[in-house]
Structure formats: C-alpha cells, structure tokens
Design a protein around this ligand. Structure first.
Ligand code: FAD
Length: 383
C-alpha cells in the first residue's frame, strides 16, 4: 500500500500543474459542498494550498514511521483550532480531499485498489487531526505583547515577546504566529529560546522580499503590539537515549530552533557532544554567532563552526564581522552542506538541519552524497 500511495503521489507531483489541480479542486469542492467553511480560511488561499500540499508530501514521505506521521498530524489538528476548525470540519472534508486526489489522475490509473488505499490514508489523516483538535486542553491560541524589536540587520529583526501565560513548547519547536498588521495571515516562526515560566519568547525573523508578513514584522512591528500564537509544532529534539552525539546545521534564522535546544542543554549537567555548523551567504548573515560562541565557551560539549559562502561582506554592510575568540573555530568558506560533508559522513550522529526549504534540500543532498545515512537526518516539514 505504501509504495502504491507513494507512486501515485509522485505522479501528481511530476505532472504539470498537478499540485495546483489537486489543491484547487479540493477547495472548490469543499466550498461548493460547505459554503460556510469559506469564512474559516484567509482571503488568499495560495499559502494555505501550498501548506496542504506540503503536509500531504510530508505524510507520504514518512509513511513507514507511523509515530512521526501521527505526531505531525496531531500537531496540525491542534494548530488548526486557531482558525476555528473543529472535528466536524475534518469529517466533512474527507469527500472533497478524495475528489481532489482522484481528479489528479486519469480514469485509467484511478483503480479500485488505489481508491481504497487513498480512502484509508485520508481517513487516518482526518481522524487523527480531528481527535487532536477535540482532545486538547490547551488554548487554541495565546496572546503575547511585543517587549523588544531589535533590527539586527537591515532585513532581519529579533522580536521578544511576553505571553499572557506561558506556552508549553519544547526547545526546537515552532509556533504559528499572527501579527496585528496582517490579520488572519498566520506564519510559522521557530522559538529561539527555551520555554520559561515568565512566558518570555524570542523570534528571529528575516524579511522575505515580496512577502506579506515577514516585511511587516521586520519593518513595522512596535513595542506594545499584540500578537497571537498557536499550539507548538515540530519535532526537532535531541534524543538523549540514543547515545549518539549530535550534528546541527543551521542557516540564517534557521539557527533559532538549534539555539533554543543548546540553550536548554546548557541548563543540564550531562550532554552529548554537539557540533553546530552555522551558515549564511555573507559573514554578516551569521548575525548571532557571538551568542553561540559564548555558549560554546562555557559548555565544552558544544563546538560551533561558522561558515559563509562569501569571504567578505557586501559593500553596503560596513560593520566588521566579529573575530572568533581564541581557541574557537575560525569561519570556513563554502556552501554550507558541502563544507559539512567535507568533514566525513557523520554516520555516528543524530543530525538536525534547519533553514529555508532550498537550504534543507541542498544540505540533505550534500550529506547523502558524502555517505550520511538518510534515516539519521531530521528537519521540520518544508511547509
Ligand atoms: C517550520 C517553519 C519554521 C519557520 N521559522 C521561521 C523563523 O524562525 N524565522 C523566519 O524568518 N521565518 C521562518 N519560517 C518562514 C516563515 O514561516 C514565512 O514563510 C516567511 O517569513 C515568509 O512569510 P511572508 O508572509 O513574508 O511571505 P509569503 O507572503 O508567505 O510568501 C511570499 C513569497 O515568498 C516566497 N518565500 C516564502 N518564504 C521564503 C523564504 N524563506 N525564502 C525565499 N522565498 C520565500 C513564497 O514562496 C512566496 O512566493 C519558518 C517556516 C517554517 C515552515
């Protein structure tokens, strides 16, 4: 069944406009059958459609790992409560999803056994999300107040908030965030510090040119703004029982969930060794390297290796890059994944990669090319 589902899904992915056909048919069928559902979704559906497709891709990619798939779907179900989505909405969506998948194939390929396999998968998917939505005691969303907005680079801000009550997230997780400047446009951001009893939270946000939300966070956010945050998601964590040391690879603001984890580890007495490669295009993109160096100086289990593709900052960035403290790794030059792979196969490590979808894909590719077994590699869904 897994191979049938996977083959049929990759045929959708590889068909021209297959991705669009599936999501457009889903929303068209859903809103035709249940017009009242339209109000639950944002006006522009492109982000939503992209996430739906990526979530299906994640499930299909991980079908052998039931715990991972069920955990992911449960988190999505809890997260979707922020839209007002309840269990009944999932059950009512099953038919539209099946129609959408079916419409992506020609009649000849859509066999009864494929119908059965997809019906079973979609059933599992929707029931898991519905159960999680119905059986969670935590609030659907938390309010938080911006207490600091630091423009660390022209296109990157560090935003610190205090939540109305502490959010029980794990170091390495991300949260869905809504800002007052862009109502109903939720975006995922990774927490850059571990959860604490004071509800303090920190996000590192890079402005995506042409984006809706990130430019507003970087350019317009003010101290006192009220944000909404929803249930924590993601499963990046150090497996302390595996006995394996850790390799972390982060690029740009992708360092945030890795930083939160090493900060959390720094509060423990016993830790596995952690090699953390921190990358960016220019030296100035390593915007938080000094915090990581400080952590490394006081925690001998942590080795930080800075990497940049270019050796020099662009001419418009006039602040000189900080020098590595004596005894710590000097910055290496090269494409992050390739630099990491040059050190060997890392086959004895548990590996986490965090960054943009393109960075994650190229790093996975480089590591596998260097002999790293793919089952050792973890990253957040590329949604
Ligand atoms: C698990 C997870 C954790 C994340 N954590 C963080 C974080 O800690 N900090 C952070 O800054 N961002 C983070 N992101 C990305 C963030 O959720 C938004 O996608 C990003 O800020 C862009 O939102 P936007 O509204 O500005 O752009 P949108 O309006 O959503 O998109 C505009 C266009 O930009 C493209 N685009 C979106 N993101 C990128 C990108 N990264 N690079 C290039 N093009 C892009 C889109 O495909 C689209 O074409 C995370 C994403 C995920 C999935």
């Amino acid at each position: 069944m897994i191979s049938r589902l996977r083959a049929s899904f990759s045929s959708i992915v590889s068909t021209e406009h297959g991705h669009n056909r599936l999501t457009t048919t889903f929303y068209a069928t859903l809103f035709a059958e249940h017009p009242e559902f339209r109000a639950l979704f944002p006006a522009a559906l492109d982000q939503q459609a992209h996430r739906l497709f990526q979530a299906l891709q994640y499930v299909i990619d991980n079908l052998e790992d039931e715990d991972r798939v069920l955990g992911f779907l449960g988190q999505l179900g809890r997260d979707h409560r922020k839209y007002g989505v309840e269990a009944r909405h999932y059950f009512a969506s099953g038919h539209a999803l099946l129609v959408a998948v079916q419409s992506s194939f020609t009649q000849a390929i859509w066999t009864p056994s494929l119908t059965a396999a997809w019906t079973e998968l979609l059933d599992l998917l929707l029931h898991t999300m519905a159960d999680a939505a119905d059986n969670d005691d935590l609030p659907a969303a938390w309010g938080a107040t911006v207490v600091d907005h630091e423009r660390r680079l022209d296109d990157l801000a560090i935003v610190r908030l205090e939540t109305d009550s502490p959010i029980p997230y794990g170091a390495g997780q991300y949260l869905s965030v809504q800002i007052p400047q862009r109502p109903r446009m939720w975006r995922y951001l990774s927490a850059a510090i571990p959860a604490n009893p004071y509800g303090q939270l920190e996000f590192h946000v890079r402005r995506v040119s042409g984006g809706w939300v990130s430019p507003a966070i970087v350019n317009e956010t003010q101290v006192g703004d009220r944000w909404l945050l929803s249930s924590p998601l993601g499963g990046l964590e150090v497996d302390r029982d595996s006995g394996q040391d850790v390799l972390m690879i982060g690029s740009g603001t992708g360092i945030a969930p890795l930083r939160a984890q090493v900060m959390e580890m720094a509060m423990r007495s016993n830790n596995p060794r952690v090699h953390m490669f921190v990358g960016g295009k220019y030296p100035c993109d390593l915007y938080d390297i000094e915090t990581l160096w400080h952590l490394s100086l006081s925690n001998p289990w942590l080795t930080v290796v800075p990497v940049s593709e270019e050796d020099e900052d662009p001419w418009w960035h006039t602040i000189p890059a900080p020098e590595a403290p004596p005894g710590l790794h000097q910055r290496l030059q090269g494409q992050l994944g390739r630099v990491v792979a040059r050190f060997g196969s890392w086959a004895d490590r548990q590996i986490q990669i965090s960054g943009s979808p393109a960075m994650i894909k190229t790093t996975v590719y480089a590591l596998q090319g260097g002999g790293t077994p793919p089952e050792l590699i973890r990253h957040d869904p590329l949604i």
